[in-house]
Design a binder for this molecule. Structure first.
Ligand SMILES: NC(=O)c1ccc[n+]([C@@H]2O[C@H](COP(=O)([O-])OP(=O)(O)OC[C@H]3O[C@@H](n4cnc5c(N)ncnc54)[C@H](OP(=O)(O)O)[C@@H]3O)[C@@H](O)[C@H]2O)c1
Length: 320
């Protein structure tokens, strides 16, 4: 099969399309023919080995010291079931599915049934894959870590990215009153996704306005507890989607500070959460935002666009 392969860390042109052996699903897995996958901020970080401060050694120990141990990037996908493992039930060949599995920038991916679900019927492959990266991250942070409640005041810093566009919509779905922080050019988009207020980060520092929030989500990486403390209500939660190693350890060791919480870290994809995101998409409550779609052969261009740090929502690749 064809796959987008990187053999060393570096700029977008380290990615090459190569022939690699086709995969065999284990008895508990599906083989999925990938039709679309997103090129995420996470893929760009792994490709360039450019990770938040302090995580350099951790990342290289996990993914390869001198070069990538697993040469295929990509974490989410949408496609068609090509083969069903002998112990799998509930899926059939040809069924449209979406999910998460490292190595999705390829014609085929194998995936355990814990990380895949039937694709929302109303969505294209590109839209379905664009639900996963930001949607899973925002769900884990808002619902599981912060335990968001109806009526809470939620601020999303970086509201126009993949995580931000999902977080605005999910917070709104959970009944929160949402403020989005983004540039002026993305204000209309963020408002259209459900933000009651939008703050232009070039004109105003949200931590200095005197406004108070119950939850602050940082999807940019420029929020510390010291900077945000005054903007957090008593019992408020600061969600560090992007955090340095020091901040991550600090959040684990001392989550409670001055009656407020700092939460960081990662979470796992679950099939029931994919089904939840899919049902929201079918009802129109969660609209995946796709900035650009590139043909698979131009995946290096997709990486270059992600590297700008200014994509709107998601960048996806489409496979024939
Ligand atoms: N912890 C986890 O499990 C986890 C999971 C997923 C992602 N992440 C991390 O979360 C981060 C966000 O991911 P993403 O995919 O959402 O990134 P992204 O799509 O690349 O975000 C880009 C967006 O950020 C906005 N932005 C840039 N500077 C800003 C600023 N100073 N204030 C407000 N907005 C600003 C840009 O808007 P403008 O163009 O308008 O500037 C752009 O729309 C990444 O660092 C990623 O690695 C962590």
């Amino acid at each position: 099969m064809k796959a987008a392969v990187y053999r060393r860390y570096g700029p977008p042109d380290v990615i090459r399309i190569e022939d690699v052996p086709t995969l065999d699903p284990s008895p508990n897995e599906l083989l999925v023919r990938v039709r679309a996958a997103s090129v995420s901020a996470g893929d760009a970080r792994l490709r360039s080995a450019c990770v938040p401060q302090g995580f350099g050694l951790v990342m290289r120990l996990a993914f390869g010291i001198t070069g990538p141990r697993k040469p295929i990037l990509g974490w989410d996908f949408a496609g068609e079931v090509a083969a069903v493992g002998s112990l799998v039930s509930g899926f059939a060949s040809g069924e449209r599915v979406f999910g998460a599995r490292m190595g999705s920038h390829a014609e085929y991916v194998t995936v355990s049934t814990n990380s895949v679900a039937a694709m929302p019927r109303t969505l294209t492959f590109e839209d379905a894959t664009a639900l996963v990266f930001g949607g899973m991250t925002s769900l884990i942070y808002l619902r599981d870590k912060a335990k968001i409640q109806p009526g809470e005041r939620v601020l999303i810093n970086g509201a126009s990215g993949a995580v931000g566009t999902a977080a605005v919509q999910l917070a709104k779905h959970f009944g929160a009153v949402v403020t989005g922080v983004c540039s002026a050019s993305n204000a209309e988009l963020v408002r259209s996704l459900g933000a009651a207020r939008v703050i232009d980060y070039a004109k105003q520092d949200f931590t200095q306005s005197g406004e108070i929030y119950d939850i602050i989500v940082d999807a940019v990486g420029n929020c510390t507890f010291a900077r945000c403390e005054r903007a957090l209500s008593p019992g408020g939660r600061l969600l560090l989607v992007v955090s340095s190693l020091g901040q991550t350890l600090g959040a684990m060791l001392r989550p409670s500070r001055a009656g407020r919480k700092v939460l960081a870290g990662v979470g796992a994809t679950r099939a029931e959460d994919l089904r939840f995101l899919g049902s929201l998409a079918e009802s129109g409550a969660f609209k995946p935002v796709v900035d650009r779609s590139y043909p698979f052969a131009r995946i290096a261009d997709a990486h270059a666009h992600v590297d700008t740090g200014h994509k709107r929502g998601n960048v996806v690749i489409a496979l024939p």
